[in-house]
Design a protein around this ligand. Structure first.
Ligand code: ADP
Ligand code: MG
Length: 327
């Protein structure tokens, strides 16, 4: 059973409540309040699973909130407030000072208030203290009828992505010892892994334009599969069009593409829009000061295919990060 089969089997009961406009399967749940929707998302970061023990606490504070704001961005919501639940292995004032500073800096940049939470001590497990665990629930707001989900992609739509992909995955390969980057390359890529920039401005600029939207957190191909499945379409990704940053593009051929197609932690927006809206998408992206690239299209069919410059289907393997099938 993989992560998504598990959720589908045990935690995806149909919701029969008129105020719940969307429950499960998208980046945010949506609650209807008059002419507004409240977008809600929750993300858990676990030491040893989502971040390395040695990570800079200020960067960790930033990232814990950023991954949630990224889900709000995917829904087209404006961040309003968040709740912070912490299980701390120890009380370390210097660590807490830095963590909270990183957290508040991003919160302030988005006018998103810390509105509550819960704090507990992580249990002591045999030889060491339990892992540091951070769970943030973020709430945002979007006008009714303008939220994006993963459901609306239609055959003939364009497929777009913001920014560049694969940088975080390359930085992680260095930090876990799989490959060696030079100091300049690491300095350029490390913030992409440790301080992702949630695409909030783009998310709201795409209201009424994107037919489907999600954030890429577990790898482009695997995540694209969620739009394909929920929209009942096939997504066609043109490998040559996938945007790579300069450092990744300079890596040996193949490595850059693997990181960009299957690496995690990008926190870019992947979205579809009618082909007739190309100019409007570019205008929205420019208004949000966020580059976007057209990387493919939506077709009749199922799943995701990646095609090379000759239109030949490429084999990309499993495609995404899954908490249960990947050890
Ligand atoms: P994201 O990467 O955007 O945070 P996930 O891949 O973690 O989303 O989750 C996929 C979907 O499953 C989301 O709609 C999420 O709300 C839902 N989900 C995840 N875990 C649970 C759970 N334990 N109970 C109910 N729904 C869940
Ligand atoms: Mg998401």
């Amino acid at each position: 059973m993989n992560e998504f089969e598990l959720i589908a089997r045990y935690f995806a009961r149909p919701v029969d409540a008129p105020w719940v406009a969307q429950a499960g399967g998208d980046d945010c749940a949506l609650l209807a309040f008059g002419d507004r929707l409240l977008a809600i998302t929750s993300d858990l970061l676990l030491e040893g699973r989502h971040f390395l023990h040695a990570v800079d606490p200020a960067a960790l504070g930033h990232k814990a909130l950023a991954v949630n704001l990224s889900d709000l961005a995917a829904a087209g919501a404006t961040p309003r407030c968040f709740l912070l639940a912490l299980a701390l292995p120890r009380v370390d004032p210097a660590w807490l000072e830095a963590f909270s500073a990183g957290l508040y800096a991003l919160a302030d940049a988005h006018g998103c208030a810390l509105a509550g939470g819960d704090t507990t001590r992580a249990p002591r497990l045999e030889t060491r203290d339990g892992p540091l665990t951070i769970c943030i629930t973020a709430l945002g707001e979007v006008p009714a009828g303008q939220a994006h989900g993963r459901r609306g992609a239609r055959p003939g739509d364009d497929l777009w992505v913001s920014g560049t992909l694969g940088d975080a995955a390359l930085a992680l390969r260095h930090l876990t010892g799989t490959l060696q980057l030079d100091a300049a390359a690491l300095a350029a890529l490390r913030p992409r892994l440790e301080r992702p920039c949630p695409r909030v401005a783009l998310g709201t600029a795409l209201r009424g334009l994107a037919s489907a939207c999600m954030d890429v957190s577990d790898g482009l191909v695997g995540d694209a599969g969620h739009i394909a499945a929920r929209s009942g379409v096939q997504l066609v990704i043109e490998a040559a069009a996938v945007p790579l940053g300069a450092v990744l593009a300079a890596q040996p051929a193949g490595l850059g593409l693997v990181c960009a197609l299957t690496g995690g932690d990008d926190y870019e927006l992947l979205f579809t829009a009618p082909a007739g809206q190309r100019a409007a998408v570019q205008t929205a992206a420019a208004a949000a000061a966020t580059p976007v690239t057209r990387i493919g299209s939506v077709a009749v069919g199922v799943g995701v295919i990646v095609v090379d410059a000759n239109g030949q289907v490429m084999d990309t393997g499993p495609g995404g990060y899954d908490h249960f099938t990947v050890p």
